[in-house]
Design a protein around this ligand. Structure first.
Ligand code: AMP
Length: 189
């Protein structure tokens, strides 16, 4: 079993890489942002609860997102492993994930940090907005999401450093170059 976590600012390309690596190694890609968007589109009770939060770029509650991810793990008992993308985003979520994975006896193997600057993040998300039309890809919300990342999510790097799980990858390169690095690293696990 291989469990990987992609940790990065919004727009670093973690979704793209997570998808490619999941396909190559037959892992289940769990993107918390996509899962939440699916709930909103489907108009579920959870979707209606979080709709406004997601549009403003604020984080949805730890409790809701932890339950959502837990359910996805339960739904896939035969998985060869998972790629966590966008979850955990707070210390509380990280502790909850550790606890869940320890209970399953398959802790995280590696935490991949894709490094990009705040300036690059803005540039990429504004160009993504033109293609995908996501409601939270506008200048004001992007700034808010960057601040939230710095405040709540970046501290997770320290948390996982203590577990010797961090690997830094330069995210400011072509998709194929980043993928080649990741492919090599994951192949060695
Ligand atoms: P993403 O697609 O990962 O950029 O996530 C889009 C939005 O979904 C975020 O700005 C948050 O509002 C919400 N979200 C995604 N993942 C989480 C999480 N782990 N904890 C709280 N909110 C989340």
């Amino acid at each position: 079993m291989i469990n990987l976590l992609f940790l990065a600012r919004p727009g670093a390309g973690k979704g793209t890489q997570a998808k490619l690596i999941a396909k190559k190694f037959n892992l289940i890609h769990l993107s918390s942002g996509s899962l939440l968007r699916q709930e909103i589109t489907a108009g579920t009770e959870l979707g209606n609860k979080i709709k406004d939060t997601q549009i403003t770029g604020e984080l949805v509650s730890d409790h809701l997102i932890i339950e959502l991810i837990k359910n996805k793990l339960v739904d896939n008992p035969k998985a060869e492993g998972f790629i966590f993308d966008g979850f955990p985003r707070t210390l509380k979520q990280a502790e909850a994930l550790d606890k869940i994975l320890v209970e399953k006896k398959y802790p995280l193997n590696l935490v991949i940090v894709l490094d990009i600057t705040a300036k690059e993040m803005m540039k990429r998300l504004l160009s993504r907005a033109k293609i995908e039309g996501r409601q939270d890809d506008n200048e004001e919300t992007i700034k808010a999401r960057g601040k939230i990342y710095d405040q709540h999510t970046e501290p997770l790097i320290e948390y996982y450093k203590k577990q010797n799980k961090i690997i830094n990858i330069d995210g400011d390169r072509e998709v194929t170059k980043i993928y080649d690095d990741l492919d090599r690293i994951v192949s060695q696990l």
